[in-house]
Design a protein around this ligand. Structure first.
Ligand code: BES
Ligand code: ZN
Length: 558
């Protein structure tokens, strides 16, 4: 919690693997110390002020001269050979959750909000999570200095930079899909505050599907599958323009307020634009992702709690999973149903943004305002309904949510039926009833649900996998989500013909959602352990430092 006090004599900032050369206040050198490193949290940088600042609210300008180091976890530097063009180097950052401190000394907590401006000199184009105000060419050394300003207050994890041989494409004022997502977000919530909305497609080693850097969402190139699979991620990142970027989690224990709300809004947008059946279908996919996370951690694991306890210095990256996303979504969805549906709940959602925009909030504040709003607008009757919800179990309990959501399976039924037919054929080995027609009319998401259903059964016989591939041509498919699900199903069965394709997939892109489970499964599969380790070690430099660290943990290499 941010409180301002008088007589401040020291300033403490977070750093991680940063080389501080000097610190000055109005030209005068400051004494500073760098504390011993905490394994995940880094080293506190303490600046001693010559004399205490008497009154809270006094502004002062401190200049820190520092360099990042080789060990910087926020930034990946790519050699020219690691880029598509092969000619120019590239760099990009990923600060969420606690990596900003390895890039800038700062109060690296989402409870603190800041505006920033930056002047960055580079021979290559620079972009930041801010508005570009001007760029000045330096004729003498053929560099350009790019100036940026982020005028809306943001948490430090939203500071972002990328530089390389970047090409821009103007795709409409805000492009058609993105425009309708933003418009729907504005209808549901408040006007879009950030001026611009740009998308930057990152190099393949970008470790996430998307990152909601303000003004400039970062996305993985695995979205460019030639189908419409990219749009969900974009709708998700746009939804963060309100949930997360305006109303921010107070600390990483309340991370679900960012992601659960964002998934909820993302699915509201999908529902408004494509109908309720689509929203229900996405929720079904989310439920399955949640189930996988709970199975991975174990149903009693503290990592499956909606509001986990991170006080012992847990690394938020270690707890990253579908839990905050999907348990969070399900809690909001359950509340919506309980209080009387969208007519009652959507106005609360808007009021939540209006009330907390530019603040950093806790689960307790969120809940108190939910009650306050419902009481004020709907009286005791709706408060009584809220009281039927076991909030403590939802928020602090482990494992799957306490209530079965009973999503509408209209779009999922054909996927389940087809999966059940294959499951039955495993014993008879009679595949005569199957043909490419089975999946011809399925959308990408339906193929995913079909494959996911099969990963829920015991490992498939190899003859069945071979037949399925012959009929459905899953192995060469470009859509990364389908490719992932297919490879997962095959590796679970130790189906060795897939191994070279898995190696190719996990070394040509570094999105953790795909590479971590595939490495984990390959490591456990028959004749897979050495292949997984060898593949990783040979391509270690390809991965972003955050991904590398987690893959190593997953395979017990560190
Ligand atoms: N903010 C997250 C990514 C993130 C979370 C990075 C925590 C670091 C720490 C982003 O908005 C996100 O959720 N991305 C998802 C997209 C999906 C849910 C549509 C991803 O990367 O898969
Ligand atoms: Zn998100």
């Amino acid at each position: 919690m941010v409180t301002r006090v008088d007589n401040v004599a020291k300033i403490v900032l977070d750093t991680s693997y940063i080389d501080v050369k000097s610190a000055t206040l109005a030209g005068q050198a400051l004494k500073f110390t760098i504390a011993e490193r905490h394994p995940h949290l880094g080293s506190a940088l303490t600046l001693d002020l010559p004399e205490p600042i008497a009154t809270a609210g006094t502004e002062l300008q401190i200049k820190i001269d520092y360099a990042t180091t080789e060990k910087c976890t926020a930034i990946q530097f790519l050699e020219p050979e690691q880029t598509v063009g092969q000619k120019y180097p590239y760099l990009f950052s990923q600060c969420q959750a606690i990596h900003a401190r390895s890039f800038v000394p700062c109060q690296d907590s989402p409870s603190v909000k800041l505006t920033y401006s930056a002047a960055v000199t580079s021979p290559l184009r620079v972009l930041m999570s801010a508005l570009e105000t001007k760029s000045v060419e330096n004729a003498s050394n053929s560099t350009t200095t790019y100036h940026f300003e982020q005028r809306t207050t943001i948490p430090s994890y939203l500071i972002a930079i990328a530089s390389g041989n970047l090409a821009g494409r103007e795709i409409g004022p805000r492009s058609t899909d993105t425009e309708s997502f933003i418009k729907t977000g504005e209808d549901l919530l408040t006007p879009y505050e950030w001026g611009r909305y740009d998308l930057l497609v990152l190099p393949p080693s970008f470790p996430y599907g998307g990152m909601e850097n303000p003004c400039l969402t970062f996305v993985t190139p695995t979205l460019l599958a030639g189908d419409r699979s990219a749009v969900d991620v974009v709708a998700h990142e746009i939804s963060h323009s309100w949930m997360g970027n305006l109303v921010t989690t107070r600390n990483w224990e309340h991370f679900w307020l960012n992601e659960g709300w964002t998934v909820f809004v993302e699915r509201k947008i999908a529902g408004r634009l494509h109908g309720e059946a689509e929203r229900q279908f996405s929720a079904i996919i989310g439920w399955k992702a949640l189930k996988e996370s709970v199975e991975l951690f174990g149903e009693n694991s503290p990592a499956t709690v909606l509001k986990p306890d991170l006080s012992s210095g847990v690394d938020p990256d270690d707890y990253f999973s579908s839990v905050p996303y999907e348990k969070g979504f399900n809690l909001l969805y359950h509340i919506e149903k309980t209080v009387g549906g969208p007519e009652v709940f959507e106005p609360f959602m808007k009021a939540h943004v209006e009330k907390f925009a530019s603040e950093s909030v806790t689960t307790e504040q969120w809940k108190a305002f939910l009650y306050e709003f419902m009481e004020k607008h709907h009286g005791q009757a709706v408060v009584d309904k809220l009281n039927t919800i076991d909030f403590d179990l939802w928020i602090n309990g482990t494992g799957m949510p306490p209530v079965d959501p009973e999503f509408d399976t209209t779009l999922a039924d054909i996927c389940y039926k087809l999966a059940d037919r294959w499951d039955k054929a495993r014993d008879s080995q009679d595949f005569t009833g199957f043909s490419p027609e089975d999946i011809k009319d399925m959308k990408a998401d339906q193929k995913i649900v079909f494959l996911e259903r099969l990963t829920d059964t015991k490992p498939m016989p190899h003859s069945l996998l071979a037949k399925m591939d012959e009929l459905y041509h899953f192995t060469p498919i470009r859509n990364a989500d389908i490719r992932f699900r297919w490879q997962q199903l095959c590796v679970m069965a130790s189906y060795e013909p897939i191994y070279p394709h898995v190696v190719k997939f996990v070394t040509e892109q570094g999105r953790m959602k795909f590479v971590r489970p595939l490495y984990r499964l390959l490591h456990r599969a028959t004749n897979g352990k050495e292949l997984a380790e060898k593949t990783y070690l040979e391509h270690k430099k390809f991965y972003h430092p955050i991904a590398a660290q987690l893959i190593e943990k997953d395979m017990g290499l560190n």
